[in-house]
Design a protein. Structure first.
Ligand code: MN
Length: 244
């Protein structure tokens, strides 16, 4: 069975044991039968640096991903805004291939563009400013040079601030910007499909961009339930999974 799966926005953390169990079960069952699994960002609620790999919770996730890749499912992981500090050590430990944001792939003969999606939320000017800062390699180098406990404390502060700010931001501001989406399609010569996450607004949007028929598929988050996009020669379908 030739299938490729896409997931994003799991926001895994120790405080959500049910979703963690659902994810590990997904890896050991559904994903095991797929040829490729793409994680399009925000696998973790936050990632303070690869020196946090030895954390027992992180070891459980790594073991699940490593078992999957060892069994023969190709594994690709893209950074999200929550886990952009995932480095080579984590990728290696999981047997994963890092995936740049954006990336173009050939999916059963169709050109498909993959992205996390946060770069498309251009209406949120303050967030884009923050994004530029944390994506700067110089900023990352200085940040990662600090002790792990200090990094974790700073990330916790950033998360609190972000939650507070989000409560004042409108729903529209936090969604993708139509022109930014059109520009991204244009930059890649109008591929028929874009798959992204980040907004947690699971949906399929049929678009006409400069005369081209395109589709934008938004992956769902793993909060109340899990979900994945399942693609084969026959096309793509969104699947929702719930904890039993
Ligand atoms: Mn995100």
């Amino acid at each position: 069975m030739n299938q490729t799966l896409f997931i994003s926005d799991l926001h895994l953390c120790e405080e959500r044991p049910q979703i963690t169990a659902l994810f590990l079960d997904f890896l050991a069952t559904t994903a095991k039968h797929a040829e490729t699994l793409y994680v399009l960002g925000d696998l973790f609620e936050y990632w303070a640096g690869d020196d946090d790999l030895s954390d027992p919770y992180h070891q459980i996730i790594v073991a699940g991903l490593r078992a999957l890749s060892k069994n023969g499912t190709r594994l690709y992981i893209m950074h999200g805004n929550r886990d952009l500090l995932i480095g080579q050590d984590f990728m290696q430990a999981c047997g994963a291939n890092p995936l740049p944001d954006p990336t173009v792939i050939d999916l059963y003969g169709q050109t498909v563009l993959l992205a996390h999606g946060d770069k498309l939320c251009t209406d949120d000017v303050k967030y884009q400013e923050f994004r530029r800062q944390v994506h700067d390699p110089a900023w990352q180098k200085i940040f990662l040079a600090q002790p792990l406990t200090s990094r974790k404390a700073q990330i916790s502060g950033m998360r609190q601030q972000s939650e507070q700010e989000k409560s004042h931001k409108s729903e529209a501001i936090m969604d993708v910007n139509t022109e930014a989406v059109a520009r991204l399609f244009g930059d890649y010569n109008f591929p028929p499909l874009l798959i992204h996450g980040h907004t947690h607004r699971m949906n399929r949007h049929a678009l006409n961009i400069s005369g081209h028929q395109c589709e934008r598929i938004v992956l769902g988050d793993w909060y109340e339930s899990g979900s994945y996009l399942e693609c084969s020669m026959q096309g793509c379908a969104m699947q929702v999974i719930t904890a039993t």
